[in-house]
Design a protein around this ligand. Structure first.
Ligand code: CS2
Length: 469
């Protein structure tokens, strides 16, 4: 079977953009060219260009993976996304990505792209842990390897913040136009977070640069949503059967997709609304809803699954007692949410249950279970603190924390940037319960550390989970 590329002739059932990718100029540099971006923003961009054209081709950069970039180059940046819904499978070829850059091998080319005047938007999906956020201050984490490296080696940055700051320094020197940096990671107020980190690093380097950034650069926040499991051989075989070509970058995803974006672009933007994106003044309520109802439930499902030998989210959702638990969790989240314009929270919750249960989506609980220290704060700790402050018992949140810790203690595959701290705490857990985890610096927020009754609940649930494991 031939490899997918620009000259592949496709079956008529396969959707594809009507524009010619070869004619597109790059207007967006995206950092973090993994599965999520390729099945989400790249498709919105395809639809925007289809609807209104514009020079919004994407140069996709990868911070670490060299393979994705090699595959993109070998396939003329074309790849397929299979949408798996109740009405069957539909394949689409994406054309908005027009260049691929491996940061580890082509750093200079990435910095050039970023400082090029035609680049008007930089988008980011690099995962929570890549930013280097100090969990206590919310500012730069000086112990984060990439942050420490990039403060020392400004012109040879390896991390996302260092790369942005070096590119902005070049833009300032070259007298380039203003730019918008749009974060699309699952963090609350994600634009504000990136703004703060970039500003802090720039300030340490050159106050004039920091002032220029304040004037010229915008950092809107955005809420992104689409369940995109890591691809497997089965995904690639499915795609090949639909498109009639070998596609090493094929992805399978659910029909649902959502993107709510703070409308604050200083140098134009694609007509992403053509793909269904919603532009609002304030995304905060949407983010909170999604992080706490979807991602918080996801973490619950992941640890339930891992502790009960259930490999996929859909397996957990096939067991009524677990579904009840997920519903109870969503119930507990509700009082912590604000009203969300144009969204009915009851239907949103029902839709989540249906999405998690989609039998065609093979989303591994092990995939979601990674990086707990980076995910729990916004998904579980924040609503728990709010419930406790409002006089609630936050018991359901204590239960998720207990499941997470039980997973950390029992798993053979702990994958977390703070895994050595977690392992040391886990070694003491048999005699000391959850206490050693609460002693890890900067992990739990102070109001949870001092919530004695809540912590007793974590402890008793942890003991129960460990007995059952
Ligand atoms: C998941 C998310 O892996 C995880 O932590 O909760 O990747 C989730 O699938 C997406 O945010 C859905 O939009």
């Amino acid at each position: 079977m031939n490899r997918l590329g620009k000259n592949t002739s496709l079956p008529s059932s396969v959707e594809h953009p009507s524009f010619d990718p070869a004619a597109l100029k790059v207007g967006i540099v995206h950092i973090g060219i993994g599965a999520f971006h390729r099945a989400h923003q790249a498709i919105y961009t395809d639809k925007a260009i289809d609807a209104r054209y514009g020079d919004w081709g994407i140069a996709g950069a990868s911070l670490r993976s060299v393979d994705i970039v090699a595959d993109l180059k070998a396939q003329d940046c074309r790849y397929s996304v299979v949408t798996r819904g109740a009405d069957g499978d539909r394949a689409r070829i994406v054309g908005s990505i027009v260049d691929a850059i491996a940061a580890t091998e082509e750093r200079e080319r990435l910095l050039q792209r970023l400082s090029d005047n035609s680049t008007r938007i930089v988008t980011l999906t690099v995962s929570e842990k890549a930013y280097g956020i100090d969990p206590v201050s919310g500012g730069l984490d000086m112990s984060h390897a990439a942050i420490a490296h990039d403060l020392e080696h400004r012109q040879e940055p390896v991390g996302v913040i260092g790369i942005l700051v070096e590119a902005l320094a070049r833009r300032m020197t070259l007298g380039r136009d203003p730019l918008t940096i749009l974060c699309c990671d699952n963090l609350p107020g994600n634009g504000n977070i990136v703004h703060r980190l970039v500003a802090e690093m720039a300030e340490r380097r050159d106050p004039e640069l920091a002032a220029w950034i304040e004037r010229e650069i915008r950092f809107p926040s955005s809420m992104v949503d689409r369940i995109v499991p890591a691809a497997t051989d089965a995904t690639r075989a499915l795609a090949a059967s639909l498109i009639g070509a070998e596609d090493r970058l094929a992805l399978a995803t659910e029909p649902f997709t959502q993107w709510v974006i703070e409308d604050d672009f200083v140098a134009g933007r694609p007509a992403w609304e053509a793909g269904g994106a919603i532009f609002v003044k304030d995304v905060h309520a949407y983010e909170k809803m999604k992080l706490r109802l979807l991602n918080g439930s996801h973490s619950l499902i992941a640890y339930l699954g891992q502790l009960n030998g259930l490999d996929y989210v859909r397996d957990v959702m096939a067991i009524p007692v677990h579904v009840e638990r997920v519903r109870r969790h969503m119930e507990a989240v509700l009082p912590t949410l604000d009203a969300v314009p144009q969204i009915d929270l009851a239907s949103y919750r029902e839709e989540l249950v249906a999405r998690f249960s989609n039998p065609a989506i093979a989303h591994r609980t092990a995939q979601i279970a990674v990086d707990g220290t980076q995910k729990m704060p916004q998904r579980i700790f924040a609503p728990a603190m709010e419930r406790l402050a409002a006089g609630g018992d936050a018991a359901d949140f204590a239960d998720v924390v207990a499941l997470w810790l039980a997973y950390v203690i029992t798993t053979e595959h702990l994958d977390d940037p703070r895994s050595s701290d977690l392992r040391s705490a886990a070694a003491l857990a048999a005699s000391a319960g959850s206490a050693p985890f609460f002693d890890i610096a900067g992990l739990f927020p102070a109001p949870l550390i001092s919530a004695d009754t809540w912590r007793m609940r974590v402890d008793s649930r942890l003991a129960a989970a460990l007995r059952a494991a």
